[in-house]
Design a protein around this ligand. Structure first.
Ligand SMILES: [Zn+2]
Length: 297
């Protein structure tokens, strides 16, 4: 079986267990929006019995190829496209398309889990009991993770429950767990409009006493500095609250290299930086202080 993103691979491995080999085209730190198929990817897809991908145009550059392969009769399934459309968000900046970052809401991703399960059962009915038992265990863990995310983020004082971030990947997290999400990506400090947007964000940080913004290395330093310096000039200290995992997960073999670990890291990092009181080990006690501070994309 071949999957596109590591989030989908994580689902597939958990459901398949030892009954199938799962390979993922995209590894750690890979941007799914711009990913293009390599020659060896094409060979891996051709050799796979079944292909699972996320969908909703997340894999923008390879969606057409995947759709074509599906048309040739190979089982190819977009697991996130099983989510009812009335549960999807269509924020500005996505050209009228649904926001594909559905894994940020654990309940929505549980529906993707169901879709991956049904795809596997349809392909290999003899393994149905095995797949269903594995999926039920994972769904139960997702249920506990969802509850953890809710309580960790609810520990943030209400007035500072605002996620100022460089990603456009956190809309579902915000909706599911009651965080206001504000973006700093795409704002140009070289235009009047951009300067006004920065100024409005500084106002928000100062007036709501928000202690942290969230970034990653690829983001314009200038915008971050403008926010931090703008707030400092008005006597309010803002820190960089840490890096969050958005589209990719952490390194394979680490807690953050799993779906549960990436959500755990994000939620715990956000809660801690914004004045909440999450448990120091995060969900299930597997998060280390170091991992909460120095995550990569
Ligand atoms: Zn993205």
């Amino acid at each position: 079986m071949v999957t596109t993103t590591s989030q989908v691979a994580d689902l597939a491995r958990a459901i398949a267990g030892d009954r199938a080999e799962v390979g993922s085209l995209m590894g750690e730190g890979v941007d799914p929006h711009t990913y293009k198929l390599t020659r060896s990817d094409v060979a891996r897809i051709a050799g796979a019995d079944i292909v699972l991908y996320s969908g909703l145009h997340l894999e923008g550059k390879i969606t057409d190829a995947l759709t074509r392969i599906a048309g040739s009769g190979k089982p190819v399934h977009a697991v996130a496209e099983a989510i009812p459309s009335d549960l999807l968000l269509t924020p500005a900046g996505f050209d009228g398309n649904p926001d594909p970052h559905v894994w940020m809401d654990v309940k929505l991703w549980t529906r993707a889990l169901d879709a991956a399960l049904e795809a596997l059962v349809a392909f290999d009915p003899a393994g149905a009991d095995h797949y269903r038992a594995n999926a039920a265990g994972l769904a139960e863990r997702f249920g506990r993770l969802d509850a953890y995310a809710r309580s960790a983020l609810a520990s943030i004082p209400e007035q500072t429950r605002v996620l100022v971030t460089a990603h456009d990947a956190f809309n579902y997290l915000g909706r599911a767990y009651g965080l206001e999400v504000r973006g700093i990506q795409g704002i140009s400090t070289e235009s009047e409009a951009g300067l006004r947007e920065i100024e409005a964000l500084v106002d928000l940080l100062v007036s709501r006493r928000i202690a942290a913004v969230f970034v990653e290395t690829s983001v314009s330093e200038r915008n971050i500095r403008a926010l931090i310096e703008g707030a400092a000039a008005r006597g309010h200290r803002v820190e960089i609250g840490g890096a969050l995992y958005s589209d990719a997960m952490g390194a394979p073999g680490t807690h953050e290299g799993t779906y549960v670990g990436m959500i755990d890291h994000n939620v715990t990092t956000i809660a801690r930086a914004l004045g909440g009181d999450p448990p120091s080990g995060g969900f299930e006690g597997r998060l280390t202080a170091a991992s909460a501070d120095v995550g990569e994309k």
